[in-house]
Design a protein around this ligand. Sequence first.
Ligand SMILES: Nc1nc2c(ncn2[C@@H]2O[C@H](COP(=O)(O)OP(=O)(O)OP(=O)(O)O)[C@@H](O)[C@H]2O)c(=O)[nH]1
Ligand SMILES: [Mg+2]
Length: 217
Amino acid sequence: MVARRLKAYDYKVYVTGPFQAGKTTLIHTLDPDAISVERDLKEPYRGEKSTTTTGFDLGRVVWARKEIGHDGLIIPKKEFEREKDEYDGWIVKDIELRGVPGQLHFKFVRDTMRANTDGVLMIIDSSDYGMVGDASAILAETQAAFGDIPLEVIANKQDRPDAASPEQVATWLGVPHATGMCAKNRESAKSALGMLLKKIETAAGAALAQGAATASV
Ligand SMILES: Nc1nc2c(ncn2[C@@H]2O[C@H](COP(=O)(O)OP(=O)(O)OP(=O)(O)O)[C@@H](O)[C@H]2O)c(=O)[nH]1
Ligand SMILES: [Mg+2]
């Protein structure tokens, strides 16, 4: 009997951050077939009629590279399946994107979505200084839960004229670095995810090397 493959992905990315930061938008830009459990906001937030996540977002992409060390391509899973033959011989990793609600009171949902995470995208709205308190609370919650895990702080909505720079956003949160992004733009979204994926692989490589060194002692 052939064993069933239970793990449907190679790397799982947990997408968190405060209310209305752009987590759901990012996942749908990367995977147009992503699914989301959300509801309409009763009132527009900062002039935008929007939805809010009450459950989760689930997206699937493929990271395809000709060689290790290349940036490679990030492709929606369904698109990749249609064009699979073009990637014969490439290194292919299945990536699961798991988005969570930003509203603080949904902490229990964020807590249940963390299992098996390999890396974290922390999405911040660069034009919403009013959310800095919530952003810091979610960053602290995430760091406490995951410890030392690859994490990328993303300064989203860089297309807005009132957006703070990624450097300013990093200062708001007291982190050394933040990467600018516009979640509505596919290239920008792919480049932000790509940065995290490279960090995940570096960390996985370091863990393997450490395991090998320990085994040989
Ligand atoms: N201008 C601009 N608007 C964005 C961008 N990303 C998201 N938005 C808008 O911001 C609002 C919130 O986006 P969502 O993706 O639902 O945010 P979220 O982080 O999933 O929010 P919650 O589920 O409530 O935590 C929507 O009106 C989006 O259209 C961006 O890069 N630029
Ligand atoms: Mg959402």
